[in-house]
Design a protein. Structure first.
Length: 207
């Protein structure tokens, strides 16, 4: 049983990495199996198609990320601190991924959704659902901030959508430019939009 689970996990990890780095079109079944060091027959034992695997890989990655998001957006933290913690975390994660991959990768879900062909609508649908869940963290923080007076926001749904578009735009720009600068500026831009003071942590502060 352990070996079967390990094989499936290898496929999920390989698929996510290839899609994140090169896009959906460049991640063929053969490429995924080669990267995972798994035989093609094992692939079809677990998944009906490449799309099924990619959807499962995105789902698995987001479920793991939600553990960190639940911590960052904990109701026990002040709403503004939740937002600041998120932007600190995203910069830290993208810095780590750049060190691993040798370049800035941006958002894995955006990479998957933007690189799909017309026949891969199911992948786009999955990315859309992930983004919808993602945005609920911000919606809750803004609602709590409005309630306690710490965030001067009126139209919460529209503001959440705008902030999220800013985040995805910064991620795409960072990938395109192969620069962390757009991600470094992401939090400041979001705080300006929300009419909040941006006070990033000083260098060396543990997160």
């Amino acid at each position: 049983m352990a070996r079967v689970t390990d094989t499936r996990d290898k496929l999920l990890e390989a698929a996510l990495q290839l899609v994140w780095e090169e896009g959906v079109g460049s991640a063929s079944v053969d490429d995924i199996c080669e990267k995972a060091q798994v035989r093609k027959g094992s692939f079809y034992h677990f998944f009906k198609s490449k799309s099924d695997l990619i959807i499962a890989a995105l789902e698995s990655h987001f479920e793991a990320a939600r553990v960190e998001f639940d911590r960052i957006f904990s109701p026990s933290l002040p709403p503004v601190e939740r937002l600041r913690g998120f932007f600190d975390y995203m910069l830290r994660r993208q810095t780590e991924k750049k060190a691993q991959a040798g370049r800035v990768l941006g958002c894995p879900y955006g990479s998957a959704g933007n690189s799909c062909c017309s026949e891969e609508q199911l992948i786009r649908d999955k990315v859309g659902k992930i983004f919808t869940t993602y945005m609920k963290y911000f919606e809750t923080a803004l609602r709590d901030g409005k309630a306690d007076g710490s965030i001067p926001v009126q139209d919460i749904p529209a503001t959440v959508e705008t902030v999220f578009e800013l985040i995805e735009g910064a991620m795409s720009s960072a990938r395109l430019k192969n620069s962390l600068k757009p991600i470094e500026n992401m939090g400041r831009g979001a705080f300006m939009l929300l009419r909040l003071d941006w006070e990033p942590k000083t260098a060396g502060t543990k997160g």
